[in-house]
Design a protein around this ligand. Structure first.
Ligand code: NDP
Length: 326
């Protein structure tokens, strides 16, 4: 038996509780992992609270991230004792996830834990941090170099935002954060932001084009914020869109794209190909300051996860949440 969070939905409602689970309940897979840590991401919080339609199969163990040690494997790439990381691939949505002491997965979903990181550090990064790295790599891919100008990061005090600021500043970019929590200004400046702007400046309906300011952007918010970010991006600039914390709509116009040659680059971490994942994790070993990472993350236990999920969706959680499942 092992402990895990189970989400159930039946005649008595939708609930997530910590339960004793049996090995026989684990789904099919060619690698069984003894999980040491998982995390709490925005998507996990939607799944746990039921506030978003994330769970596609009940009952389900949530958790889109995990790190642990291989306990059994019939996959040629992994042997007992290997340390592995998993992010996405529908795990924690349609396949039992990381918020339990054991998981059974497809070997092809796993990546080796980079030697540079402890299990806790890998989860302090987690899907949010690896997605932040994918955003930075997309900016680079489209030619946004530090000399091009300021990079805007929305949802700055959240998981993706805080890692994005830390990475961008280490790479020499001038980074401006947008937050709804002015009390986090010092935290964001400590991560490397050169300025911090108020969320309300971006969250209402704006004009199709505004004063050109950003050479690039990492947007986790969507909706009016994304439209306003595109409208204020400089000629030839690049906006990476990875989130919907403010809404799934995109009430913008094509003006920034057809009049200023702005590129809107979509970022998906869930189905990202293995090569790109390996590259992103490798880049994190050199481009993320571990000292900053320790300020970004806090650790909780399995029993705290359900309460923390509501707080996270209410925008009250700073940075990243590591879950020690043992
Ligand atoms: P967090 O909850 O940690 O951070 C989100 C941040 O967005 C909050 O901290 C807050 O920042 C800001 N925010 C929250 N609500 C609103 C709102 N209504 N309007 C404007 N800003 C808001 O989540 P994550 O960083 O883990 O994820 C951020 C988004 O990215 C989510 O939508 C998530 O689903 C998505 N995501 C997508 C991935 C992909 O593969 N495409 C992978 C990972 C995440 P502040 O307090 O500073 O304003």
């Amino acid at each position: 038996m092992f402990k895990g969070i189970l989400i159930e939905k039946d005649h008595s409602g939708y609930r997530a509780t910590v339960q004793e689970l049996a090995d026989e309940q684990l789904p099919e897979g060619d690698v069984t992992v003894r999980v040491s840590h998982s995390t709490l991401n925005y998507k996990d919080a939607l799944a746990i609270t039921g506030r978003g339609p994330v769970v596609r199969k009940f009952p389900l163990v949530p958790g889109i991230d995990l790190v642990g040690t291989v306990e059994e494997s019939s996959h040629p790439g992994y042997k007992v004792g290997d340390k592995v990381v998993l992010n996405g691939w529908g795990v924690g949505e349609s396949h039992w996830g990381g918020l339990a002491q054991k998981a059974r997965l497809k070997g092809e979903w796993l990546v080796p834990l980079p030697e540079a990181f402890s299990p806790q550090q890998a989860m302090a990064i987690g899907t949010a941090g690896y997605t932040a790295m994918l955003c930075v790599m997309a900016l680079e891919h489209h030619g946004v170099t530090p000399d091009k100008g300021e990079i805007l990061v929305t949802g700055a005090a959240g998981g993706v935002g805080s890692v994005a600021i830390a990475v961008l500043s280490k790479l020499g970019y001038t980074v401006v954060g947008v937050t709804g929590r002015p009390e986090e200004r010092e935290f964001l400046m400590g991560l490397g932001a050169s300025d911090v702007l108020e969320r309300s400046a971006f969250s209402a309906a704006g004009k199709p084009l505004g004063r050109e300011r950003w050479a690039g952007a990492v947007d986790v918010v969507g909706s009016h914020t994304l439209a306003n970010v595109c409208a204020t991006t400089r000629y030839g600039g690049v906006v990476t869109a990875c989130g919907l914390a403010g809404g799934m709509d995109f009430p913008g116009s094509v003006a920034p794209f057809i009049l200023r040659g702005v590129t809107l680059a979509g970022i998906d971490s869930v189905m990202a190909p293995r090569e790109l994942r390996l590259q992103a994790w490798q880049r994190l070993t050199t481009d993320l300051d571990l000292d900053k990472l320790s300020h970004i993350a806090q650790a909780i236990g399995l029993n705290d996860v359900v309460d923390m999920a509501s707080q996270l969706l209410d925008g009250q959680v700073r940075g990243r949440v590591i879950v020690d499942v043992n």
